[in-house]
Design a protein around this ligand. Structure first.
Ligand code: ADP
Ligand code: ZN
Ligand code: ZN
Length: 812
């Protein structure tokens, strides 16, 4: 007897065991296949984890209904990885796998309705009497059938009537499967035959088509569509040539091209710097050794980390192993993608949320079947179905974007280290400003530290000038957005024909709206957050839930129409700069201007080609970009993140300042940075000004040790939210009490809270949190699992929802 261990795509924590029905062939089974499994009274997608002949203890087993794939969707090596993830993040394993796979691949059961002969007469007669025939019935009469999606829409309301008519023999309800939305794309393709018969008389169009094919790589399939694009008559000629057995024609899988606009081309440098060489001298033998070895590559901005990644990739490919490259967000991927494509061509596959479902599926397939050996993508690319990865690179490893903040709350960087250890790969975590935790591991020997301390060609680090906004003369109570120093520096930069970056980590025009008569600030109706004015489309927008309303409003408190915007964002900077420098070419990069990836790429290209003089942006412009002609960076207000109630605020601000500072002076001309701040004495500002990571690290470590925060402890945040404030509070208090009882007597375990979350209301839901703090993750996990059990799960929409966040990055 064969038993199947299956993870079902449902909120069930552990895998289930099923039998194999007789009509299915055991030889077609392989771990990594999707299948259809009964669960309750429906059929759901399941993922085959293991095949065993050991009977499980518990009673009667059901049989699976069907297999969904001819070939596994992911390599079986990934199954231990999924199991670990489910355990560590306390998340149902089937949902872990579902989230890891490309979207559009879920098969579910549904129903179709078909009309019978008798039914046609009866129901037609019925509609003749009844004036109000529902639309679906009209469709059923004219087409004879309702599709599964049509039935799903009416089922709840019409189930009784439909069932009654079925009993009367008017129609047939059938269970069917709603299958995947994405499919393999195939096209008619041609390939020259290996043994070509001596040509009989050929028509001119045939000769020309043959010549076209002969000019392309031999032994490969070429889509008819592409041949016909250059030479329309090829369509006909291909057929006749196939009849003459000069070539083969067949439907073949083709891949949708996700690259769109070609990425920039980057040539390979002839020589490496001494530091790059030294780093590779350690990395390359580690890759050839085929052992798990984690590295932290600490390289100042402009030190050439990318080249180290590229050379390490060459080594791994030469060992016939694949390579996974993670970047914090797709925006940044554009540049790194360019480097990898320039060097490795079509061995590169891209995985990111900017792709359509079909494109993503194709990229997945290329990696799965080994056509592509390098995967580049944002955090979810950690699930790329690469067989035998030998190298995993995490660029800008400190970036908070690696943390997924919903569903499975994983950290892409941590998973990279884990996957590396499971698959015996080398892991490179790269950053100019490593996270405190990673640097701590490098100090303690858990990671090996590699240093790149100099910029390429020994270019100097830019000079950083800090301007104390408290001492700047104010204009109607506020310091100007652009102080005299920054203003003059901009003028000089433009006069010299160089480029400037202006950074502010806040988008929009005004950060809040305030009533001039009563001082009331306008809040989102769903969240405890002020609305931001976006002048371009005359709207007030909530940056958390997306709620928006027109900017012409009256005060909800006193009905005064005198509601004005205060504070500033990137849109306002653009407005002011356009007035200050009317002839300058100004561009802006933030989430408002880059909803489309193509817009983003177009702006980047314009900056590279010198068509932009001043680029304004949020943290989007800080990361990774290499603009050789940028000589000035202006940080309009360094304080935006410092006030946040988060123990990582200091670390984050330092990272942002260093990253944006690092954009200046990367070419032949030296760079200059001007930082405007109200807190020039803050340690994040002082250490960033001196480019002194070690000083920041020492200071942070001292603070963390004092408070026993990570890396000196581990955290799990339990978040409770619901629509009834009192209930949320009550549940939080009960759970915290229970936690304290359980933790009592266990040294090193502490329960902090319950307390309202800093953002106490979001998307219409009230939020409380309980922080579990402990010396070791194991005892925290245990405690968390017990609390989870104590919290009744419910599908009721009024119920209080519990979310577990292991190693939280963001506790707002
Ligand atoms: P980082 O990521 O460390 O900030 P980059 O990898 O972007 O730095 O490198 C900065 C610039 O130096 C890039 O234009 C890159 O092509 C160039 N570069 C890197 N290595 C070398 C080298 N060995 N010789 C010459 N130029 C190099
Ligand atoms: Zn909102
Ligand atoms: Zn008012």
């Amino acid at each position: 007897m064969i038993y199947l261990e299956v993870a079902v795509a449902a909120p069930i924590y552990h895998p289930l065991t099923y039998k194999l029905p007789e009509h299915l062939d055991p030889a077609s089974l392989a771990p990594g296949l999707r299948l259809l499994a009964p669960l309750g009274n429906r059929l759901v997608t399941g993922y085959l984890l293991a095949i065993t002949d050991v009977a499980p203890k518990n009673g009667r087993l059901k049989s699976i209904a069907d297999l969904l794939d001819p070939m596994p969707l992911f390599p079986s090596e990934m199954i231990p990885f999924f199991r670990w993830l489910a355990d560590y993040y306390q998340h149902p394993i089937g949902e872990v796998i579902k989230g890891a796979l490309p979207g559009g691949l879920t098969t579910e059961s549904g129903r179709t309705v078909t009309i019978t002969e008798t039914g046609r007469d009866h129901l037609a007669a019925l509609t003749n009497q009844d004036k109000e025939t529902p639309n679906w019935l009209t469709t059923l009469l004219s087409k004879g059938q309702l599709s599964a999606s049509a039935v799903r829409k009416i089922w709840k309301k019409e189930e009784r009537r439909l069932r009654k008519w079925q009993d009367q023999g008017f129609l047939i309800i059938e269970n069917v499967l709603r299958t995947d939305k994405v499919k393999t794309k195939t096209e008619l393709c041609a390939k020259l035959s290996d043994h070509q018969p001596t040509p009989s008389k050929l028509k001119a169009s045939e000769t020309k088509t043959l010549a076209l094919l002969q000019a392309l790589p031999l032994g490969q399939w070429h889509p008819q569509r592409e041949l016909a694009r250059d030479y329309p008559s090829a369509r006909q000629a291909l057929r006749s040539l196939a009849e003459k057995e000069m070539l083969e024609l067949a439907k073949r899988q083709v891949y949708r091209d996700p690259f769109g606009e070609p990425a920039l081309f980057f040539p390979k440098p002839e020589t490496l710097t001494d530091e790059q060489q030294a780093a590779l001298a350690v990395l390359q033998p580690a890759i050839t050794a085929k052992k798990f070895t984690p590295f932290l590559l600490h390289g100042v901005t402009g030190s050439g980390k990318t080249e180290v990644y590229l050379r390490a990739t060459e080594t791994a490919l030469a060992q016939d192993r694949s390579v996974l490259v993670l970047v914090p967000e797709i925006a940044l991927a554009a540049q790194l993608e360019g480097h990898f494509v320039s060097r490795f061509g079509d061995q590169v596959a891209l995985l990111h949320s900017g792709l359509s479902a079909g494109e993503r599926y194709d990229q997945w397939q290329r990696l799965k079947n080994g056509t592509a050996k390098i995967a580049i993508g944002a955090r979810s690319a950690i699930f790329a179905p690469l067989a035998n990865p030998g190298l995993i690179i995490v660029d800008e490893e400190h970036d908070p974007a690696y943390k997924q903040e919903d569903n499975l709350r994983y950290h892409g960087r941590d998973l990279a280290v884990l996957r590396g250890s499971l698959q015996k790969a080398v892991v490179i975590l790269g950053s100019a400003t490593p996270s405190i935790t990673s640097f701590y591991h490098a100090q303690s020997g858990k990671y090996q530290l590699l240093n790149l301390t100099c910029r390429i060609e020994n270019r100097p680090m830019p000079e950083v000038e800090v301007i104390d906004l408290r001492e700047v003369p104010t204009v109607s109570g506020h310091p100007p957005l652009f102080t005299n120093q920054l203003n003059r520096a901009l003028r000089q930069t433009l006069a010299d024909g160089n480029q400037a970056l202006i950074f502010l980590n806040r988008r929009g025009f005004a950060s809040s709206m305030i009533c001039q008569d009563c001082g009331h600030t306008v809040q989102c109706r769903n969240c405890q957050v002020t609305l931001t004015l976006h002048k371009g489309n005359r709207q007030l927008v909530c940056h958390y839930c997306g709620y928006n309303t027109t900017s012409k409003i009256i005060c909800s408190n006193c009905q005064s129409p005198k509601v004005i915007g205060i504070g500033f964002g990137t849109e306002r900077l653009e407005d002011e700069l356009t007035k200050l420098f009317p002839s300058a070419r100004i561009a802006r990069l933030d989430r408002d201007t880059t909803s489309k990836r193509t817009d983003f790429l177009a702006t980047l290209r314009a900056v590279h080609q010198g068509e932009v003089d001043i680029l304004i942006g949020t943290q989007m412009i800080t990361k990774g970009h290499h603009f050789p002609n940028v000589t000035l960076v202006g940080i309009v207000w360094a304080d935006a993140g410092l006030g946040l109630p988060d123990f990582k605020a200091g670390e984050r601000t330092f990272q942002l300042l260093c990253q944006v500072t690092g954009r200046a002076g990367r070419g032949d001309k030296p760079g200059r940075v001007i930082v405007q701040t109200h807190q020039p004495d803050h340690y994040s500002v002082i250490t960033a000004q001196a480019h002194d990571y070690q000083a920041l690290y020492d200071r942070e470590l001292e603070l963390r040790q004092h408070l026993q925060y990570p890396p000196f402890s581990r955290l799990i945040n339990l978040q409770l939210d619901g629509i009834d404030e009192g209930r949320v509070r009550e549940v939080a208090e009960t759970l915290a009490r229970k936690g304290s009882e359980l933790a009592c007597g266990q040294p090193g375990l502490a329960i902090l809270g319950p307390a309202p979350s800093p953002l106490a209301r979001l998307r219409g839901r009230y939020r409380w949190q309980i922080l579990l703090k402990g010396a070791a993750i194991d005892s925290l996990h245990q405690l968390c699992a017990q609390l989870y059990k104590a919290h009744p799960t419910s599908r009721d929409k009024n119920a209080v929802k519990l979310t577990v966040d292991v190693d939280p990055e963001n506790m707002l």
